[in-house]
Design a protein around this ligand. Sequence first.
Ligand code: NAP
Length: 332
Amino acid sequence: MKALIYTGIKENVVDIVEKPKPAPKEGQVLIKMSASALNHRDEWMRVGKYPNMEPNVTLGSDGCGIIEALGPGVDKNLEGRNVIINPNNGWGPDLRAQSVDYNILGMPLDGTFAEFIVVNQDRVHFKPEHLNDEEAAALPLGGLTAYRACFTHGVIKEGQNVLITGIGGGVALFALQFCLAQGARVYVSSSNEKKLKIAINMGAKAGFNYTDPDWPKSAINSTGGFDVIIDSAGGNAINNYIKVSKPGGIIVFYGSTTGLCEGVDLFRMFWSQVRLQGSTMGNDQEFAAMVKFVETYNIKPVVDSVRPFADIISSFDEMKQGTQMGKLVVKF
Ligand SMILES: NC(=O)c1ccc[n+]([C@@H]2O[C@H](COP(=O)([O-])OP(=O)(O)OC[C@H]3O[C@@H](n4cnc5c(N)ncnc54)[C@H](OP(=O)(O)O)[C@@H]3O)[C@@H](O)[C@H]2O)c1
């Protein structure tokens, strides 16, 4: 079968190679993939900014496909079912944070950028019926990350003012859809006016261009501040988020694309009783709740574009440039 692996070789650090089709062991299922989606995590791996990388591992955390074969002891009803994969492995018993054994599908375990994958039967969920395969493939990692950030940590409620930064991002778009479904007043930021317009058409109240140094002033003047801010860029912008938070507000961040913050404005933070909360992925209960939420509210992942698996490497370049709006999907 064809698979996209991390080679560890600088000139060709990810490559499509032939690998043997895996066979399901006890408690496992073999899935014939129909579609997979990229996450920024895959690009961090390509540029060597991910810990504990091992050569020859198939990358990819998101995917959808048909269960083709069952290992011993697997529920016979699973055969032939169209499923998505929960990319969590080994979260552990503490719902607040993952265990030391936790890992995400696609390093160190072989991931979804392959024609076939083997996973434990408890990792599969039936594909939501309102989604086609490409949309379903785009859901797991981004949907889960947004769900935990918005609801477990952000505890976003109807009528609250929420700011979602960098709305072109895959996770950010899920956060927008989830918060709108929850009845929040959602505002967004982006570096790109077109993306702001698309988000407003989706239901955002207004958008701010974060490349304009005066955006915090206009945000406060037009909204009165935010109860919850959902961010993945980090860096020095954290101080802007502290500024535009309402007293008692919370900033939930699940990434730090622009790096560290040189100096957090602790004075403003303690006086305004603002919290800064990290978030990563989500546990299995949150994954199930996220899928149910998506079904209940008929939410469809925003897919930027779909291309054949053979073109996957150029999708990494696209993601690096950040011109996409939503998920980049490959079809097998
Ligand atoms: N902890 C976790 O579990 C977890 C899970 C998923 C992702 N992440 C991390 O979260 C980040 C985003 O992931 P993704 O998959 O959603 O990426 P993505 O689809 O590639 O989106 C990246 C987006 O980041 C936005 N951005 C870039 N610089 C920004 C800035 N200075 N301020 C605000 N936004 C900025 C851009 O938005 P505009 O184009 O609108 O300007 C861009 O579209 C990555 O760092 C990723 O590693 C973490």
